[in-house]
Design a protein around this ligand. Sequence first.
Ligand code: A3P
Length: 296
Amino acid sequence: DVPQGTFYRFCLEPVQGVPLMKPIVNDWKRVESFQARPDDFLIATYPKAGTTWMQEIIDLVLHEGDVEKTKRAPTHVRFPFLEICSPPPVPSGIDVLEKTPSPRLIKTHLPYLLVPKSFWEQNCKVIYVARNAKDNVVSYYYFDQMNKTQPDPGPWETYIEKFLRGDVAWGSWFDHVIGWWEAKAKHPILYIFYEDMKEDPKREIRKVMTFLEKNLSEDVLEKVVQHTSFKVMKENPMANYSSMPDYIMDHSSSPFMRKGEVGDWKNQFTDAQRKMFDEEYAKKMQGTDLNFKVQI
Ligand code: A3P
């Protein structure tokens, strides 16, 4: 057993070519054979694409705008994290999920090809959130500094290269966003963009509402928009990860609710880095009709 307070930055090992943190790899057989139930609801994202924001929206839509109900527990308790498996005291996602009554809300960062097959056999609904690569890599860089279980990000210059190679936890951003984009032709997947949520949150929340088969009044929709704004969530202890012990998440190095903007990458990239990134991006996105906004 690992005593409380001694946490590691885990190393990565590939599962079917996708680098995942060692404890997940150790428990992979259980993840792969996880039994989904038909009324399970999955929120899937590449890390730092806006998972927590969408989780708050989903929970509030399901509870028809009842803010008190969404304050029943922190995000990571309301939505167990399927593949996560850390030393105690953090429980494994699967242990928690096996004891969770239906309907379960489940979070995953797995690329489409690694999602347990039972989710598709049971025809489970999924919401996928994607965020443009430049803001995503900046957000991930700061997160890898503050989350003490993630591999050390090292300096920014080399981090961008690791990101482009897919040599970060949960692998290539490109494979992730494209894999899920193509999967939506086969399964009930609602694909939402972070940039669209910033541009017109009410429009995107309405899509979530329809997908979840809920019918909320304009007033309630307005309330959901307001309660899930960056400002309000940053102050909400049940939505800002302040309940995580600081030996796991060190908010003093970078807060979890950091900036919440589209286009913040411009404050991080040099001109040369932007050029190099754009060239690699064009090569890797060739042949897909998936397009992102990089500013709004
Ligand atoms: P930044 O680091 O760019 O600020 P995830 O939940 O997938 O880990 O994503 C975290 C990112 O989403 C962070 O981005 C965080 O600030 C942003 N975020 C969280 N809640 C938000 C909200 N209500 N509105 C806009 N961005 C939000």
